[in-house]
Unconditional design. Sequence first.
Length: 315
Amino acid sequence: MSNQYRDIKIFSLNSNVALAEEIAKVIGVGLGKCSVSQFSDGEIQINIEESIRGCDVYVIQSTSAPVNEHLMELLIMIDALKRASAKTINIVMPYYGYARQDRKARAREPITAKLVANLLETAGADRVITLDLHAPQIQGFFDILIDHLMGVPILAEYFESKNLQDIVIVSPDHGGVTRARKLADRLKAPIAIIDKRRPRPNVAEVMNIVGNIEGKTAILIDDIIDTAGTITLAANALVENGASEVFACCTHPVLSGPAIERIQNSKIKELVITNTIALPEEKRTDKIIQLSVAPLIGEAILRVHQEKSVSTLFD
């Protein structure tokens, strides 16, 4: 380890060890030693197996499925670090679970994204580094420092390398237009929008397409693909309305329930995702291309540690 980074400690909990190992390699340090186990009744026990007194500690943990278990691991780890005299406790949360519960859509609903922010702060976190929050205003739920990274440059670089012709960037709903515009700007392409209505959670009904997609290569972009209902309906609608072929991409591959089957049976030629969420072997298919966010997160950690600008990463 270089002397320059001797006071950085990178720890991984159980959600995405492979990504944590990549990030540590980018920074040039080894992963910190800790053990995460469970008692017979399911209670989580964490033991930090090296001194972290006076160190800037970064904990890599996506709160992906099983979300409650991974969240509790993280909260217990923060408490352990605080009691072990860490100088700063920095949470690297590539995927922020509960982000879709960011407002009261109906009476008597919780705002769970805010609750998670409160829990992290109360446990003792000093900073959160995360990627592509479902709603950017979640940054305002925190009174501690937060660095919000973007996955679009990683996705854009991949599509640039494919040299696709006559492309159009498509947002699967009105809420994703800003994200689609960012990708369109990087690829110098026009955008289109799928106008859909959602009769109930995880059920989407495509209504019509706003924009010219006739004969074009369409690239659908979303932040999260969960059950893949929205993205596969959108892809099928694009082909039915004249698109020559359809690619899809997202930052966070939740891919729950029937997602893989839907993607396999859809008009999507290729689904490009990142590794903010670990992809188990049973979810890997020829249609899915996974890109790594480790270089981005590693560089962000180094810039935070060196007190340099993080936002210039996206210029």
